[in-house]
Design a protein around this ligand. Structure first.
Ligand code: AHR
Length: 514
C-alpha cells in the first residue's frame, strides 16, 4: 500500500475543498484616488421603437390605464424604485430622422412621422419634447437628448437647445412659454447624432469628426451655470479606428464624452430565441457580454493616448442582449423576453462599468420597456418586471459611491473546451462609509466559493440578497410575474476579516454593510 507523509495529508486536507468548490480569493484594496462610480453608469434608453414609447411608457392622457400626463404610473414607480439616473431619447436610429418641432404644441395639430427604421409604422408625435422632459422631471432623472445630425441642420439642432434651455428673450424660449412651459428644463446631456457610421448617415469617422466640430461649435448652453455635456456618436464594438479619429480630430474644448455601442448576442446573423436557448448559445452570449471588458480597455487605451488627464469620458450609451423577437410579434419592434441569461449580462456588464469608472461615466441599457433587454414588459394594463430589473435594483447600492478596486483570479466556466471567467466582482464604499460588494457566477452548472479579504476595510454586519432560479431560461411572465425575484441570501460568513460566500450557478449576489 502506498504511504503518505504527514505533509501530503495536511496539504490534501487544506486543498480538497478548493478542488471541489473552486475556492477563489478576492482582495480589495482601498485607495485614496479611486474614482467615484457615477450613478449615470446605471442609465437607460427609450427609443421610438415598437412598443417602447407608445404603449410602453406613454398610453395617452385619456387611457384607462392609470397614467400621469399620459405616462403609465406603474412604469413611473418601477423606474423610481431603481433610481433611474438618466434616460436617453428619442433614439437610436430614430434620432437622426426626428424633427423635434413636430412634437411640440397642441397634440391634435402635430404632423405624423413614419418610423422608417422600426416597422414603418406611422406615429402621431403625441409624445414629444415636453412629454419626455416632464417625465424626466417626474422621475428625478437627467434627460439625455440624442439630437438629429443625420437628416437635420445646425439651426434645427441649436434651436432645440435654445427651446429647452434658454430662460427668456429668444424666439425658442418664447415658443416654449407659448406651449405652456415657463421655466427651461436645463438639459445637460446632448448626443450629437447616433451611430453615424451606420443608420446616422453611413459616414466615415473623418467626415463625422468635421461635422461634429461644426455642430459642437454652435451648441451653447445659453446660461453660464448650465454647461452642456456633448457626446460624440461613438464606435460600434471594436471599431478602434473610429475612436482614434474622434480623439485625434475633435479639439478637447468641443467634447465631453465619446460613445460606444456593444450588444450581446449568440451570433449577429442567427440570434436565436430569447427564452428557448441551449448552453452553447448561452456561452456565446456571455462571451460577447464579457467582451465589453476588452472593448473598454482598448478604447480607453486610445483615449489615454490623446487625453491622459481623462477629461473626456467613455459613454456606453447602448448595451444589452439582442435576440430574435418573440414569435408572432412585429420583427421591426424588437420585443423579446428576458431570462436569467439577461440577469447575467446585466450583472457582469455593470461590474465592468463599476471597475472602469475612472473612464466610463455613463451607460444606457437598451431599452427600458418592451424593447431588447427591457427592465419592464407591458401587456395592456399589466406590467411585469424582468430579471434585469432586479439586478439594476440590487446594484443601486453602487450609485455615486467610491470604487473599491478588486483583484482576483477567476475560476473558469468551461464549455466544450472553451473557457470564460466564471466570477465577476465589483465593490464600493458609500458616503455613510458602508461597503457593498456585487458578485456574479455565470457558470451554468457549478457553484463557486469565494473568500473576500475585507480585513483592512473594517467591515461588520453584512446582509445579502440573491437573484437566482432553477433554469437559465426561467423568466417572469404575465402568468407568473414573480417567478424570479430577489431573495434574502444567507450562504455567507464573515469570519476574522474574511467573507466566505457560496455562489450558486448563474446567480447574482449583492452583499451590503448595514
Ligand atoms: O437599440 C436598437 C438600435 O440599435 C438603435 O436604434 C441603434 O442605435 C442600434 O443599432
Amino acid at each position: 500500500m502506498k504511504k503518505f507523509s504527514l505533509f501530503t495529508v495536511l496539504v490534501g486536507i487544506f486543498c480538497l475543498p478548493n478542488l471541489f468548490y473552486g475556492q477563489t480569493s478576492i482582495s480589495i484594496e482601498e485607495t485614496e484616488d479611486a474614482p467615484t462610480i457615477s450613478k449615470h453608469i446605471y442609465g437607460h434608453f427609450a427609443e421610438h421603437l415598437g412598443r417602447s414609447i407608445y404603449d410602453g411608457l406613454y398610453v395617452g392622457e385619456d387611457s384607462e390605464i392609470p397614467n400621469k400626463d399620459g405616462v403609465r404610473t406603474d412604469i413611473i414607480q418601477a423606474l423610481k424604485d431603481i433610481q433611474i439616473p438618466n434616460l436617453r431619447w428619442p433614439g437610436g436610429c430614430f434620432a437622426d430622422t426626428y424633427h423635434w418641432k413636430d412634437g411640440i404644441g397642441p397634440k391634435e395639430d402635430r404632423p405624423s412621422i413614419v418610423n422608417a427604421w422600426w416597422g414603418g409604422v406611422t406615429e402621431d408625435n403625441s409624445f414629444g419634447t415636453h412629454d419626455f422632459l416632464n417625465l424626466c422631471e417626474e422621475l428625478g432623472a437627467e434627460p439625455y437628448l440624442a439630437a438629429n445630425l443625420g437628416s437635420g441642420t445646425v439651426e434645427e439642432f441649436t434651436d432645440w437647445i435654445q427651446y429647452v434651455n434658454h430662460a427668456e428673450g429668444s424666439p425658442m424660449a418664447d415658443l416654449r412659454k407659448e406651449n405652456g412651459k415657463e421655466e427651461p428644463w436645463n438639459v445637460k446631456y446632448w448626443g450629437v447624432g447616433n451611430e453615424m457610421w451606420g443608420c446616422g448617415g453611413n459616414m466615415t469617422p473623418e467626415f463625422y469628426a468635421n461635422l461634429y466640430r461644426q455642430y459642437a461649435t454652435f451648441m451653447t448652453s445659453w446660461e453660464n451655470d448650465n454647461d452642456l455635456y456633448r457626446i460624440a456618436s461613438g464606435a460600434n464594438q471594436d471599431d478602434y479606428h473610429w475612436t482614434e479619429v474622434l480623439m485625434r480630430d475633435i479639439p478637447k474644448h468641443l467634447i465631453e464624452g465619446v460613445a460606444l455601442h456593444s450588444y450581446s448576442f449568440v451570433e449577429w446573423q442567427d440570434k436565436g430565441s430569447a427564452t428557448d436557448f441551449n448552453e452553447e448559445q448561452y456561452f456565446s452570449t456571455m462571451k460577447t457580454a464579457l467582451w465589453m471588458q476588452e472593448l473598454i480597455d482598448k478604447h480607453t487605451d486610445i483615449m489615454d493616448k490623446y487625453d491622459p488627464e481623462k477629461e473626456i469620458d467613455l459613454i456606453v450609451d447602448e448595451w444589452g442582449g439582442w435576440y430574435e423577437v418573440e414569435e408572432g410579434t412585429n420583427p421591426g419592434f424588437l420585443y423579446q423576453q428576458n431570462t436569467m441569461r439577461d440577469a447575467m449580462i446585466a450583472g457582469v456588464t455593470l461590474n465592468i462599468f463599476n471597475n472602469e469608472s475612472d473612464r466610463v461615466k455613463m451607460g444606457n441599457l437598451a431599452q427600458t420597456v418592451n424593447v431588447l433587454q427591457a427592465v419592464a414588459l407591458t401587456d395592456g394594463a399589466d406590467m411585469i418586471l424582468t430579471p434585469t430589473y432586479h439586478v439594476l435594483k440590487m446594484y443601486t447600492v453602487h450609485h455615486d459611491t467610491k470604487l473599491l478596486p478588486v483583484e482576483f483570479d477567476s475560476p473558469d466556466y468551461t464549455y466544450e473546451g472553451e473557457s470564460l471567467p466564471a466570477i465577476s466582482v465589483s465593490a464600493s464604499r458609500n458616503d455613510a462609509g458602508n461597503v457593498n460588494i456585487s458578485l456574479v457566477n455565470i457558470d451554468a452548472e457549478k457553484e463557486n466559493k469565494v473568500e473576500i479579504d475585507v480585513d483592512a476595510l473594517d467591515v461588520d454586519n453584512m446582509t445579502a440578497e440573491i437573484l437566482k432560479s432553477d433554469e437559465l431560461q426561467d423568466h417572469n411572465s404575465f402568468d407568473d410575474p414573480e417567478k424570479i425575484a430577489v431573495k434574502e441570501f444567507k450562504d455567507f460568513k464573515l469570519k476574522r476579516g474574511t467573507l466566505e460566500v457560496t455562489l450558486p450557478p448563474f446567480s447574482v449576489v449583492v452583499l451590503k454593510e448595514k
